[in-house]
Write a protein that binds this ligand. Structure first.
Ligand SMILES: Cc1ncc(COP(=O)(O)O)c(C=O)c1O
Length: 398
């Protein structure tokens, strides 16, 4: 059974923070797309074709065979040391394993950082639009969330400088952003680092998609440029599997212990069996062999979606970007067309997407929508984008 808010009436006095916790409007809208036969570009899921099932099976067996007594026991909060050491080797700047905290997906890193840095009413800065799951993580801490404007390659730095005074941190996704697919250029990264250092504004850098580039790698992370002012989040969800819930948070040494204390209070440690399994899978350079296959798969699907959009929506007044990596493409519908209003009509025609509005902390763009190009097959992309074009033509004809 799925609950909606009206079913949650209770005589108990709930904490004030619960006023901020609601199922998102898109969750309700997307229930429509659960119907069989709907082609969905709405999900945020990686393709199951990218899961290295055999390697994971072999690693699980090996961990149980060789290390069962430790793998099934309680473990340290910081995480399995060989995995933390492997993480440091994946990063292009010097990191001590003591700075790496293994988390339950990078989503948990958002929760821990929020608890560490936000008091009720604290100002924090986010991009416009930004990852919806981060807004959900921050919400129970009751912050004042302020959106910073964006241009073609990311953050509007003048707007950032204006809004920086008094902010606790700026949450930023420089690579193949969710939802827009945009990547921040080299010059902007340099300038962003200079301005935030000057303003004393910490950065929370979220990089789950950075390895999933199509032609050339993105510029080095922000954390590589000023490690003492950046909290850096990474994830194994997009390169191995999201179901194993393995992510990591790299912090400046001055706050690493605070984050360990918060994690200990929250869940003691991330599943040690999964940590040992991941360490086993990725030893010997497995990701260097595996991730190029994901890049090739997703690039072909991106190209199929771009071609279908040109064919089916070209000339209708819509526009979209060409992401250089990641999983998402951002479409702006023609003047006067509201993506949330379009969704039920699109679902009637057999296709679903996510309207862009919920990704904005304020001033949503009603014309925006996010399309995932990674879970539908090329044939489904062709059929689904044709259905989207037909829906748009019906709406424009009225
Ligand atoms: C931008 C961003 N950050 C964080 C996450 C959380 O990922 P995970 O908890 O699976 O590492 C996601 C998931 O889609 C995401 O898109």
């Amino acid at each position: 059974m799925k609950l909606n808010d009206s079913q949650l009436a209770t005589p108990w006095t709930l904490a004030r923070r619960m006023d901020r916790m609601n199922f998102s409007a898109i969750r309700e809208l997307l229930k429509l797309s659960d119907r069989p036969g709907i082609i969905s570009f709405a999900g945020g899921l990686p393709s199951p074709k990218a899961f290295p099932v055999e390697e994971i099976a072999a690693a699980c067996a090996k961990v149980l065979r060789d290390d069962a007594s430790s793998a099934l026991q309680y473990a340290s909060t910081e995480g399995f040391l060989p995995l933390r050491e492997a993480v440091t080797r994946m990063l292009p700047w010097p990191v001590d394993p003591a700075q790496v905290l293994i988390t339950n997906g990078s989503q948990q890193a958002l929760d821990l950082v929020a608890k560490m840095l936000i008091d009720p009413g604290s100002k924090l800065l986010v991009e416009m639009p930004t990852y919806l799951g981060a807004l959900q993580s921050f919400a129970p801490l009751e912050p004042e969330v302020v959106a910073v404007g964006n241009d073609a390659d990311g953050v509007d730095l003048d707007d950032l400088s204006r809004k920086a005074p008094g902010a606790r941190f700026f949450y930023v996704l420089p690579n193949f952003q969710n939802p827009t697919g945009k990547t921040m250029g080299e010059a902007k990264r340099t300038e962003l680092i200079a301005r935030t250092a000057e303003a004393g504004l910490p950065l929370l850098e979220d990089n789950p998609y950075g390895d999933v580039w199509f032609d050339t790698p993105p510029p080095p992370p922000l954390a590589a440029r000023n490690p003492d002012n950046v909290l850096y989040m990474g994830s194994f969800s997009k390169v191995l599997s999201p179901g194993i819930r393995m992510g990591f948070l790299v912090s400046p040494p001055a706050v690493s212990a605070k984050l360990v204390q918060l994690k200990q209070a929250s869940d003691v440690h991330s599943p040690i069996f999964n940590q040992r399994m991941v360490a086993e899978v990725i030893k010997d350079g497995f990701l260097d062999r595996h991730v190029p296959k994901i890049r090739a798969l997703y690039k072909a699907q991106r190209d199929a979606m771009l071609a279908a959009l040109e064919r089916e929506l070209g000339g209708l007044g819509a526009s979209w970007n060409k992401p250089d990596g990641g999983m998402f493409l951002w479409v702006r519908l023609p003047e006067g067309v509201d993506a949330s209003a379009l969704l039920p009509k699109a679902v009637d025609n057999g296709v679903a997407f996510v309207p862009g509005a919920p990704f904005y902390a304020s001033d949503p763009d009603p014309r925006a929508m996010r399309l995932s190009f990674v879970t539908a097959s090329v044939a489904q992309i062709d059929t689904g984008i044709a259905a989207l074009g037909a829906t748009l033509r019906q709406v424009l004809a009225r």
